[in-house]
Write a protein that binds this ligand. Structure first.
Ligand code: TMP
Length: 201
């Protein structure tokens, strides 16, 4: 049986990584094989591309979008698709939907154009469920750890990203779900697992 591909999304400081780890732990307790990945990154090539994406001095918006798509192509081929074929669950810290929100919408490249590029990159391997952890962008920025090139774009940019996620959820309600991130990580993880079981079970 094919596994289930769950992605956590949100603005900077939404708590995706902590909730993702709690989701993976919960699923393992239930006896599932779980592979945890992060974007950008998750493969040796992807981690090199991550360094460029987050720390290069100059990059045009399309160069940025293409590098996100490139690291994703590698991650899907090398890790995600084989894990799903083996019946594992994949819990991903960000996904394709980050590119739609950040590059497509907030950077202004156009959601449909960025979607098209990423469709070539992933060949149909898209998350079964995307949970957007919804925090106030200002609160998220205040909680942000290391500030990188994209996380340092400021509050207005983060607001555009947050609005983009809401629009994506309205457009694809069966796949993209916004969850208010006020609860603690364990409670949020429980909500994510329930949503994932309903979607993939
Ligand atoms: P992280 O902070 O979750 O590690 O993500 C790194 C940064 O990259 C974050 O500012 C969001 C951004 N990003 C995009 O702009 N597009 C993408 O497709 C992905 C995966 C991340």
């Amino acid at each position: 049986m094919r596994g289930c591909y769950v992605a956590l999304e949100g603005v900077e400081g939404a708590g995706k990584s902590t909730v993702g780890r709690a989701v993976a732990a919960r699923l393992r307790k239930r006896g599932f094989d779980v592979v945890e990945v992060r974007e950008p990154g998750g493969t040796p090539l992807g981690e090199e591309i991550r360094r460029l994406l987050l720390h290069a001095d100059e990059m045009t918006p399309w160069a940025e979008a293409m590098l996100f798509a490139a690291q994703r192509a590698q991650l899907v081929a090398e890790v995600v698709a084989p894990a799903l074929e083996d019946g594992a669950w994949v819990v991903s810290d960000r996904s394709y939907y980050s590119s739609l929100a950040y590059q497509g919408d907030a950077r202004g490249l156009g959601v449909e154009a960025v979607r098209k590029v990423n469709e070539y990159a992933v060949g149909g391997v898209v998350p079964d469920l995307v949970v957007v952890l919804d925090v106030d962008p200002g609160r998220g920025l205040a909680r942000q750890g290391d500030v990188d090139r994209i996380g340092g774009q400021g509050l207005e940019f983060q607001r555009r990203v947050a609005e983009a996620y809401h629009r994506l959820a309205e457009a694809e309600p069966s796949r993209v779900v916004v969850v208010t991130a006020d609860a603690g990580p364990d409670e949020l993880a429980e909500q994510v697992v329930a949503l994932a079981e309903a979607r993939c079970g």
